[in-house]
Structure formats: C-alpha cells, structure tokens
Design a protein around this ligand. Structure first.
Ligand code: ZN
Length: 205
C-alpha cells in the first residue's frame, strides 16, 4: 500500500549504496559503508543513465545498471591534456589528480577540466572527465526514498547525511565552491599593470 511512497520518482530524495566498476571489474568508486549516497531524482545530480535506471525502483531493490559513456561521463574526445602554469591557480588552492576545476571560455561558458598531474610548475588539465569513454557498471542497493523538502527542491539537491553539506567539502556544492574561488579571476591583473590590449591593432610603425 505504501509502495508509491517508496518508489523512485521526480521530486524524491533517494539514498542508495553503490559500487562502480569498469567492464574489467575494477572498482572505481563506491559509497561509504555507513553513508549511502543521496540525490534528488530529476535534478541531474547523478549521471543520466543511472538516474534512468533508478526511476520506478523501490526501497530494498538491488540491481546492476550498465551505463554507456553517452549516458555516463561522455565519450572521450581524443584530445590530449593541456599544461597550464601552476601559478594560474591560487597558491592555497589544493590541486590533486582527478579533481575538477572550473574555468570560463571567452564566450563566458563555464567549463570543467580535470586535473591529471600536478607539480610545482605545471598543472596538466584534461577536458575529459576521468571516466569519459568508460562503460559504467553500477551495483546499486536502494536504502531509502522520501519526499524532498521545498528547500531541497529549490536548491536542486538533497540536504543532510549523504547530501550536500554546504559547509563541507564532499557534497554537491563542490562546483559552486570552486566557482567562487579564484580560478575565474586569472584574467584579472594581480600585478596592477594594465593589460596591453591584445585585441587592439598594434600602433607601432
Ligand atoms: Zn542546498
């Protein structure tokens, strides 16, 4: 009788444990033993293929979802990672392989790049998600389904255990936090000198 209340659908916060492997069976990621992952269904918090696979499931369901790169982290575009100077980033910004950083294109589009390698001088950045091109095997067990609060709906992500911490470093808000940091400011002058207008016509001669 209560099945409808515990069925995954838009506007529900869903808690699940998962183990993510590649087709070779290597474990790539998994939920923590005590803390299932929480997401707001329909809000794009998780990769599309997994969200689709969860729709209509119930608390207690266990299943394996096989997600194509297209429905996962995208195809690999074949581009090699690019190197940028370490000092393009704030000194106190921790940079670790596998972590995303966010920048802006000249058109003002926000783009994510992934750190591949870091040393004192250089950061190697890849436009491909580390799991681009990988067919994802998710072993899933749903532990809880509940209605999202109005605030969660408005934010587009769940709050509380397993959800967005807002003050923590492990929630859905990583992107916003990073965007608030200085990466985008790299175009601004730190040295107070005026930019020589690269786009302007040179006036010598
Ligand atoms: Zn929030």
């Amino acid at each position: 009788m209560t099945a409808i209340l515990t069925t995954v659908a838009n506007g529900k916060v869903v808690y699940f444990h998962y183990t993510l492997t590649n087709p070779e069976g290597e474990v790539l990621d998994q939920s923590e033993a005590e803390t299932p992952l929480a997401y707001l269904h329909g809000a794009g918090n998780i990769v599309p293929g997994l969200e689709t696979a969860l729709l209509g499931r119930h608390v207690g369901d266990e299943f394996v979802a096989i997600v194509s790169p297209e429905e996962g982290y995208g195809e690999h575009d074949g581009e090699e990672p690019q190197e940028v100077p370490r000092d393009a980033f704030p000194d106190d910004m921790e940079l670790e392989p596998g972590m995303p950083v966010f920048g802006e294109t000249p058109d003002g589009d926000h783009v994510a790049l992934w750190v591949v390698e870091v040393d004192d001088e250089t950061v190697k950045l890849d436009a491909n998600h580390p799991l681009a091109g990988v067919t994802l095997h998710f072993k899933v067990k749903i532990t809880e389904v509940r209605e999202a609060t109005e605030e969660e709906q408005a934010h587009g992500h769940p709050h509380g255990i397993g959800g967005a911490g807002h003050d923590e470093d492990d929630g859905w808000d990583d992107e916003e936090e990073l965007e608030d940091e200085d990466f985008e400011d790299e175009d601004e002058d730190e040295d107070g000198e005026e930019d020589v207008g690269e786009d302007e016509t040179p006036r010598d001669n």
